[in-house]
Structure formats: structure tokens, C-alpha cells
Design a protein around this ligand. Structure first.
Ligand SMILES: Cc1cc2nc3c(=O)[nH]c(=O)nc-3n(C[C@H](O)[C@H](O)[C@H](O)COP(=O)(O)OP(=O)(O)OC[C@H]3O[C@@H](n4cnc5c(N)ncnc54)[C@H](O)[C@@H]3O)c2cc1C
Ligand code: SF4
Length: 528
């Protein structure tokens, strides 16, 4: 058995960021990742391989609340889901940290307020090299520093969309984006501005993901060790159940146990809950840290819809994800409940539509798939999904994840779609077509599209209704932390990764203090 100062389980947005934050401390750190390095290969950028054949999706089988099996869209690799993400790196709104009344109920307040998180958002934006422009988005929370890099420019069709939205009285903004693009010096830019970004791995390692900007720079420190293809299957504790004493890992067909003074779980919301539930013992009969029966509950993943509008003029945009619209985030003049966020998704291609019946049947015969792709403008709408205790992860008889889930806030989701639809005639689009994009969202099986999963181990002041305290340490154990999106008590309506990264920086500061290490900032990453 090897002994470490810190073991971090999972190398995605939470774990990868935390390890980078802790690496300069000189402490002995073990990063345990169940996946491998994601291969760099031509298929990284091939739509058929990535979207149709699910080349990088895990082979897991999960079960829904009725016991029906499905393949979840989860990604097990160094960097976790960030390897495939769209790198839209939003802060939650200041109001998201307070209690908000929604159509279907209350979005609860966080135990810390926005001002407490703000410095960590700023540091996470620097760490992940976010490009953006302050002062355009009317719902933007206050920030103590400008974005570290200028906003990614709109291509002409999206600039036209921004101008048309502004002419219709709206306030579109440049979306915050984690791509290492240097438009002023393209010959030296890591990012080549391609069309295969959102939902694809970046072949040239220019996306600000947790492998490139978290794990790789952390491994430049000899005190950090990474185990790949190493799945944590159980956490063992002392007899009293007050501290984790061993992390049991399956690797190369065998089991091994590692120990550390501090253990941090960051497997993604569903898998972190699974690991804690699978670690039940005499001292924790219902699962580790689960005296409150909260582990696995309040699973959220946004009530999203991906839609395609048809531009009257062709849309030759390559990198489309540069525009956002939050004018309906908190409601409209007629609607006094929040609706959510509108943003662009990666430009769709004919290859991605294969098998998408609604597109093929509703537009045929005038529209070939190639013509649809030439005119498509792709939007992503997300409405907040409320925490519901019955929406939960539990273990099925064979130990795999069961995910019982019922959507909330369907009325605001439809209303947001209606708002976008009623704008189309002002935006140079065919006003009668706004088609759902099933392949992008995987929403033919709603629970399978778990890209934005969060909740399951929420943080709070009261051990009776939360799993973690405000430092993200389990109320019931002295040395167990959780830093993935599990800690979210509510999810807001913007993408979650930057909040997980900022929180990992915050928890990192706490851990450095706990270990008596002077605070240090990670040095600049060597990318390329
Ligand atoms: C296609 C796609 C697009 C997205 N686009 C955006 C976007 O534009 N903006 C945004 O903010 N968010 C986006 N997201 C969501 C974002 O990627 C996630 O919110 C974020 O990565 C969650 O971080 P995490 O640390 O909770 O989990 P993850 O990043 O998933 O990391 C969990 C890690 O734990 C590992 N693991 C799991 N179980 C075990 C185990 N038992 N032992 C060891 N290791 C384990 C996994 O392999 C993985 O590496 C997107 C996600 C997807 C899939
Ligand atoms: S080169 Fe740029 S646009 Fe293309 S995948 Fe990489 S980060 Fe995204």
C-alpha cells in the first residue's frame, strides 16, 4: 500500500483543476483516473465517429427509474467530460447563489454567496484562458478583473445575427469561450478555429480542457503521480467511520489499495454518488457520508433543447459558438419566472443528421441534408432544472448506476423556445422551422444526455439536508472531500464547468491551508 498526502479520484473539471492547484505544494499527490489518455487521432474531428458511432462515449450501462437499461453519454478519459465539451465557460449569475422562485418551485440559495466565489471565478478564468468581453451581457455578475483574453470574434453570419438581435431590441453578447485562439497572430495560434470543437476532442490540444490545462501541467511536478485505467471502487474507513483510510482501485484486473491523509472524490455527479453508496460499511450502513440520506439525491442536468433554424442566406460559419443571449434568463415583461439562457452550439453538418428522422422527414423533399447543413444556424437553449430529492442516483442490484429522473420547468423551457421562435422573422431565418437536434442532445433517451449532470452531494450548513460542508468536506468524515459538480445545490441555467473549476480552486486553497502550505499560484502552462 502506497501512502500519499492527497488522493484525487477523477481528473475532469473538478479533479483536474484541483490537482493543478495543489501540484506546486510539493505534497505527494496521487490522481486516480478510470479512463486512459484520450487518443490523438484523425477520428477526433470526424463527425461520424464522434456523433454517430459514439467513439469516445463509455460502454457503461445505467438503468432509468423503471429499470430500463441505457447507455449514458459519459466520457472516461484524462480530463473527463471537458475533453468533449464546448468550452462555453460561464459564471453563474449573482442571483443564482440566492433563492429564486421558478415556475415549478424554488431554486434554493447556496451556502456561500457570489461575492465569496468571485475571486475564484477570476482565477479559474485565468487558469482556463477564457476569452470574453465584459459589459455586454445585462445579467453578467460583477467581476474583479477583465477576461484574460479578448472575445472570439463573430464570423459574418453570426455578426449579422448579433446585429439583427440588437435591432430587435435585444442584448446579445460574445460568449465566454475556452479556446486558445490568437486572432491577432494566427500563424502562432494554438487553436486553428475549426468546425469540430463543440462535442469533439481537440486534435491539436488547443481547447482549454482539464487534461491540457489541469493534468498535464500538474504532472510537470514530480510529486504528482497519475494512474490511468484505474477505477476507484470503494473507500474504506477507520472503525469509527470518521476518516477514509484506503482507496480501493481496480487496475489491470487486480485490486490495490492506496492511502492518503486527504481523499478527494471527483468522479462526476453520478459516479461520485455511486462510489460513496458502494462504500457502505457498519459505520455508514446507507453509504459513506450518507447519514442524511442525501447522497445521490437532487440530481440535475439542465432542461435543454438543441434546435436548428434555417437561415435564408447560407450560413458558412466555421466556429459558431461565439454568441449568447440572456435577455430571458430571469423572465420577460409578461413572464415573472426565469426562462434561461440561449447560446449557439457547434455548427451542424450533414453527417450529423443521419438517423435524425424529424429533419429528414419534415424538410424533405425540398431540403437535402447537405442543403439543411448549408443553411443551419444551431441554438442551444437551457432552462434551470430544479433539485428534486426523488431525482436520484442509487445502486442497481449489479452495483451499476440507477438514475431516476423527472424533468422540471418544462413550461419555461417551452416558453424560451417560443421566444426564440417569435424572433426568427427578424433574424433572416425561415420563421416556420425550428427543428430539434436529437443527435446533439441525445434527447431521444432523456436521461442519457447527462453532459451537465450536477447535484447528488450538495454542500450546505446543515448536515441534516446536505452531504458536504461549505469547504466541500463531508460533514461526517474528517478527510473526505468532493469537488466535482456534485456539490451544486442548484444549477442555474448557464453551463456548469467554470463553476466546478472555480470551486476546485477555492477548495484547493482550503486544502493548502489545512496542510500548512503557503498559498501559491500555479505557474503558466506550457501548451502545445
Ligand atoms: C459534449 C459535452 C459538451 C459540454 N459543453 C460544455 C460547455 O460548453 N460548457 C460547460 O461549462 N460545460 C460543458 N459540458 C459539461 C462539462 O464538461 C461538465 O460539467 C464538467 O466536465 C463536469 O466536471 P466534473 O469534474 O464534475 O466531471 P468530469 O469532467 O466528467 O470528470 C469526472 C472524471 O472522473 C473519472 N471517473 C469516474 N468514475 C471514476 C472512478 N470510479 N474512479 C476513477 N475515476 C473515475 C471520469 O473518467 C472523469 O475523468 C459539456 C459536456 C459534454 C459531455
Ligand atoms: S482547434 Fe480550436 S476550434 Fe478546433 S477543436 Fe481545437 S480549440 Fe476547438
Amino acid at each position: 500500500m502506497d501512502a500519499y498526502d492527497v488522493i484525487v479520484i477523477g481528473s475532469g473539471a473538478g479533479g483536474g483543476t484541483l490537482v493543478r492547484q495543489l501540484a506546486p505544494s510539493g505534497k505527494r499527490i496521487l490522481l486516480v483516473e478510470r479512463g486512459d489518455w484520450l487518443p490523438r487521432e484523425p477520428q477526433n474531428w470526424l463527425a461520424r465517429d464522434v456523433f454517430v458511432d459514439n467513439r469516445y462515449v463509455s460502454e457503461d450501462t445505467w438503468y432509468d427509474g423503471d429499470g430500463k437499461p441505457f447507455q449514458p453519454q459519459v466520457h472516461y478519459c484524462v480530463g473527463g467530460a471537458t475533453k468533449l465539451y464546448g468550452a462555453a465557460l460561464y459564471r453563474l449569475r449573482k442571483e443564482d447563489f440566492g433563492e429564486l422562485r421558478h415556475h415549478d418551485g424554488i431554486s434554493p440559495a447556496w451556502p456561500i454567496d457570489y461575492d465569496e466565489m468571485e475571486p475564484y471565478y477570476t482565477r479559474a478564468e485565468q487558469l482556463y484562458q477564457v476569452h470574453g468581453a465584459r459589459g455586454e451581457d445585462p445579467t453578467e455578475p460583477p467581476a474583479s478583473a477583465p477576461y484574460p483574453f479578448p472575445a472570439v470574434s463573430h464570423e459574418p453570419r453570426i455578426q449579422q445575427l448579433a446585429d439583427d438581435l440588437a435591432a430587435a431590441g435585444h442584448q446579445p453578447f460574445h460568449a465566454p469561450c475556452g479556446v486558445m485562439l490568437n486572432e491577432g497572430d494566427m500563424p502562432h495560434s494554438a487553436c486553428v478555429r475549426c468546425s469540430t470543437c463543440d462535442g469533439f476532442p481537440c486534435l491539436v490540444h488547443a481547447k482549454s480542457d482539464a487534461e491540457v490545462l489541469g493534468v498535464r501541467p500538474a504532472l510537470e511536478h514530480t510529486n504528482v503521480t497519475l494512474l490511468t485505467n484505474a477505477r476507484a471502487v470503494r473507500l474504506e474507513t477507520n472503525d469509527a467511520g470518521t476518516a477514509v483510510t484506503g482507496v480501493v482501485v481496480e487496475r489491470d484486473g487486480a485490486r490495490e489499495t492506496h492511502s492518503a491523509d486527504i481523499v478527494v472524490v471527483s468522479c462526476g455527479a453520478a459516479n461520485s454518488a455511486k462510489l460513496l453508496l458502494a462504500s457502505a460499511s457498519e459505520a455508514h450502513p446507507h453509504g459513506l457520508a450518507n447519514g442524511s440520506d442525501q447522497v445521490g439525491r437532487n440530481y440535475m442536468f439542465h432542461n435543454c433543447v438543441a434546435v436548428l433554424a434555417l437561415s435564408k442566406e447560407p450560413n458558412p460559419t466555421v466556429f459558431q459558438k461565439t454568441l449568447g443571449l440572456n435577455d430571458f434568463y430571469f423572465g420577460t415583461d409578461d413572464v415573472d419566472y426565469p426562462l434561461g439562457n440561449v447560446q449557439m452550439v457547434g455548427k451542424s453538418s450533414a453527417e450529423m443528421y443521419r438517423g435524425e428522422k424529424p429533419i429528414q422527414t419534415r424538410l424533405a423533399p425540398e431540403w437535402t441534408l447537405e442543403k439543411v447543413a448549408r443553411h443551419a444556424v444551431d441554438f442551444w437553449l437551457s432552462t434551470e432544472d430544479l433539485p428534486v430529492p426523488e431525482n436520484r442516483v442509487s445502486l442497481s442490484a449489479d452495483g451499476s448506476v440507477t438514475l431516476a429522473y423527472r424533468a422540471t420547468n418544462d413550461v419555461p423551457k417551452k416558453r424560451l423556445l417560443h421566444e426564440l421562435k417569435s424572433l426568427l422573422k427578424h433574424l433572416g431565418m425561415q420563421h416556420d422551422h425550428l427543428l430539434p437536434r436529437h443527435a446533439y442532445l441525445k434527447n431521444d433517451i432523456p436521461v442519457a444526455g447527462c453532459a451537465h449532470q450536477a447535484g447528488t452531494c450538495r454542500f450546505g450548513h446543515d448536515p441534516a439536508d446536505s452531504v458536504l460542508n461549505t469547504d466541500c468536506r463531508a460533514h461526517e468524515l474528517d478527510n473526505l472531500y468532493v469537488v466535482d459538480t456534485s456539490f451544486f445545490p442548484s444549477i442555474g441555467a448557464v453551463n456548469p464547468a467554470l463553476t466546478a473549476m472555480a470551486n476546485a480552486v477555492r477548495v484547493g486553497d482550503h486544502l493548502l491551508e489545512r496542510m500548512g502550505v503557503p498559498q501559491s499560484r500555479p505557474e503558466h502552462a506550457h501548451v502545445g
